[in-house]
Design a protein around this ligand. Sequence first.
Ligand SMILES: [Zn+2]
Ligand SMILES: [Zn+2]
Length: 355
Amino acid sequence: MIYEYVGNLHVHSSYSDGHATHDQIALAALKSSIDFVVITDHNIWVDGYDGYRYLDDRRVLLLTGEEIHDQAREPQKNHLLVFETHRELAPYAREPQRLIKLVKEVGGQSFIAHPRDPAAPSIGEPDLSWVDWDIHGFTGLEIWNFMSEFKSHIKSIPKAIFYAYNPTLSALGPFPEVLERWDRLLAAGTRVVAIGGTDAHATPIRKGPLFRVIFPYEWLFRTVNTHILTKEPLTGNAEIDRKRLFSNLERGRCFVGYDLPASTKGFRFTAQGDGAQAIMGEIITARFGVTLQVKLPSRAEILLLHNGVQIRRWSDREAAVHTVIEPGAYRVEVYRSFQGKNRGWIFSNPIYVTN
Ligand SMILES: [Zn+2]
Ligand SMILES: [Zn+2]
């Protein structure tokens, strides 16, 4: 039995540059019906807020991570999301590789936040991409960051106003460069877990005629989420459930879903081999071939990739099956039409086939 939990892994509170308290963010998460939310303030690990919050018959698990970068570096780059460190590691931000190593040593996980993050001068936002790629040992990549994608569209103040009022038009999917980088790592045999996040700040923007809170938390929590799959259900005990979610996240038993056009809940990518089965993030042996299976919650276009190369494409399908023998990392992308464009909907983590 597989259980699925939807959550947001990249959120800022008023402890850094977000515009809400932990309680307000938890309430927004409850209203948008996600299962967990991880608050990742800049360079501060905030202790004491973790736990379940309730509204009517719903509950949300509020957890704390951190987004660390070297504040003395000019220009500012290299944002790292860290989870499960249970301590402040921001003082080690100057050397990304050392920081990644330390996170691992204390039992935590590290994800490169918004690997590509273009500047948006019209709203005074600099480029915050990751640039020091001579690193290894990180858990994964935030392949889809809603805010970075929004920034990429607003080349002028009129465009900023347009997209601030039509925010759903900005989301098309992860940047191709980020997917290419992920695929290169996978093809080289590295295990890299993909996550998606909103980078929610609920920032009030004041620019000429524009005054608007861009992307309130509750709205963002209905957009790009990470769906974690577990083999045991959550219990309602915050400590047990925190470990359950993060241990499955670390293994890559998860996918990135853009839940606004239609819920991505129920997506499955599985493999059946010689007496063995695997879900996303797992390894399976292909001695006699492996059957890969894709199931969608509703019809859409499905792409199957092997080490970054598209090997199959199905249009307007709710399920697909393909048998493979070649070792490597297999992953799935799903696209659907929404507001006049074909948009990224689901990005699976890989199933790793070995021989
Ligand atoms: Zn950041
Ligand atoms: Zn952030």
